[in-house]
Design a protein around this ligand. Structure first.
Ligand code: FEO
Length: 397
């Protein structure tokens, strides 16, 4: 349902309650998502972004109910990814000559996606577009999270349209942060950052510094997904600054996969050893990489100061779920985290060496050569592992 977010701005996006996977099957979206698009009316009318392609017809029909499409003067595309530009072809069929304001990289991306030579107007940071009484100020946001990404700021309403930054995959008919469950919102916001923005943390911090330096009054942040930050919008900006600073909590994560539960028993004993050594302010979590959702695992890695990776040796390698999670972890380029490996083996025992190598390749600090166990651990071995685990804590053991 279209909703006004202020007298002159209507949210014309799509709430996708049923979406459970995003970016193919890479990112779980248990709470659905929204594709936010905004229609700004002044003496001129501007449309910011569209929605994902499957909802293109619905989007254009809704727009037609809201406005005579010919009355749209400007289209602003903050980001070319399909979830925001997917309805452009449908829209441009009706208004083929209307100008599309976006970055140079966005023009390349849109041409690459849709193979159309629309009326593109390239914009750069600091350029302004007058809508009458108010104006849009463009702020390039390269690699947050694509080369084409851009923010724009609406004077008068004091709104930052922030593209994917500050977003969440969180469907709700309540558009504003003061109207939704704060815990759910917070969980989805950190999951979004951990899985999408982590590799670009240095740029996130720089961009926020740049925005703060502009000294623009801020009444709302309108991202491209999820809830609009209306109540204390700086709260999410401050969270982003915290997350961009090699974030970690008092948490140790044990990630493992297991065939006949030998490595699973090691994981449990490591957890017990750590809990005996740590004070209760430090959380210890155990997740099985073959059963727990990978985006949830990434969020827990993001929050952890240390990750202990366990896999038995199989076919001279490691279990596939562990190899797969490392592929994600490597790409996200976490910083400032410690790690070590453990696992059972029957004869050749390569898993520890492979895990150690993956740990280093992923940019973690390898704090130990790893703990391996021949065949199934017996009670004596499990006691030994509990003791061994204490070595992972500075001053422990
Ligand atoms: Fe929501 Fe980068 O697209």
């Amino acid at each position: 349902m279209l909703q006004k977010i202020s007298k002159n701005i209507t949210w014309v996006g799509k709430t996708d309650w049923n979406l459970k996977k995003f970016h193919g099957h890479e990112f779980s979206t248990f709470k659905g998502t929204t594709y936010n698009s905004y229609l700004i009316r002044d003496e001129k009318t501007a449309l910011i972004d569209t929605v994902w392609k499957p909802y293109a017809k619905e989007f254009v029909e809704n727009l037609k109910n809201e406005i005579d499409i010919d009355e749209i003067d400007y289209i602003i595309i903050n980001h070319a990814e399909i979830d925001h530009s997917g309805a452009l072809p449908e829209l441009m069929e009706l208004i083929p000559d209307k100008p599309i304001y976006c970055t140079q990289n966005c023009i390349s991306s849109l041409k690459g996606h849709y193979h159309k030579d629309w009326n593109f107007v390239q914009v750069e940071t600091g350029q302004k577009l007058s809508l009458g009484k108010k104006e849009l100020i463009f702020i390039e946001a390269m690699m947050l999270h694509w080369p084409d990404s851009m923010f724009c700021y609406l004077t008068g309403n004091n709104i930052l349209f922030s593209s994917d930054a500050f977003g969440q995959h969180y469907a709700s008919e309540c558009l504003f942060n003061d109207l939704v469950d704060k815990c759910e919102l917070s969980i989805e916001a950190i999951k979004y950052y951990a899985n999408i923005l982590t590799p670009f943390s240095r740029l996130v911090a720089q961009k926020i510094d740049e925005l703060i330096g502009l000294k623009l009054p801020l009444d709302m942040i309108c991202p491209s997904h999820g809830i609009i930050w209306r109540d204390e919008p700086m709260q999410i900006v401050n969270k982003y600054l915290e997350w961009a600073g090699d974030y970690q909590e008092e948490q140790i994560l044990i990630l493992y996969d297991t065939m006949w539960n030998g490595t699973g028993l090691l994981a449990e004993s490591i957890k017990d050893g750590l809990k005996e050594e740590l004070d209760e302010s430090c959380a210890v979590k155990i997740l099985n990489t073959s059963t727990i959702d990978k985006s949830e695992i990434i969020t827990e890695v993001f929050k952890s100061k240390m990750v202990l990776f366990g896999s038995p040796t199989v076919n001279s390698g490691i279990l596939s779920s562990m190899a797969s999670i490392f592929e994600l972890i490597k790409g996200l380029r976490f910083k400032g985290k410690k790690a070590a490996a453990f696992g059972c083996f029957g004869w050749s025992g390569e898993s520890i060496e492979i895990l150690n190598s993956l740990i280093k390749e992923a940019g973690f600090e390898l704090i130990d050569n790893g703990y391996s166990c021949l065949w199934e651990p017996d009670d004596m071995t499990l006691k030994q592992v509990r003791k061994y685990a204490k070595k992972y804590i500075p001053g422990g053991g």
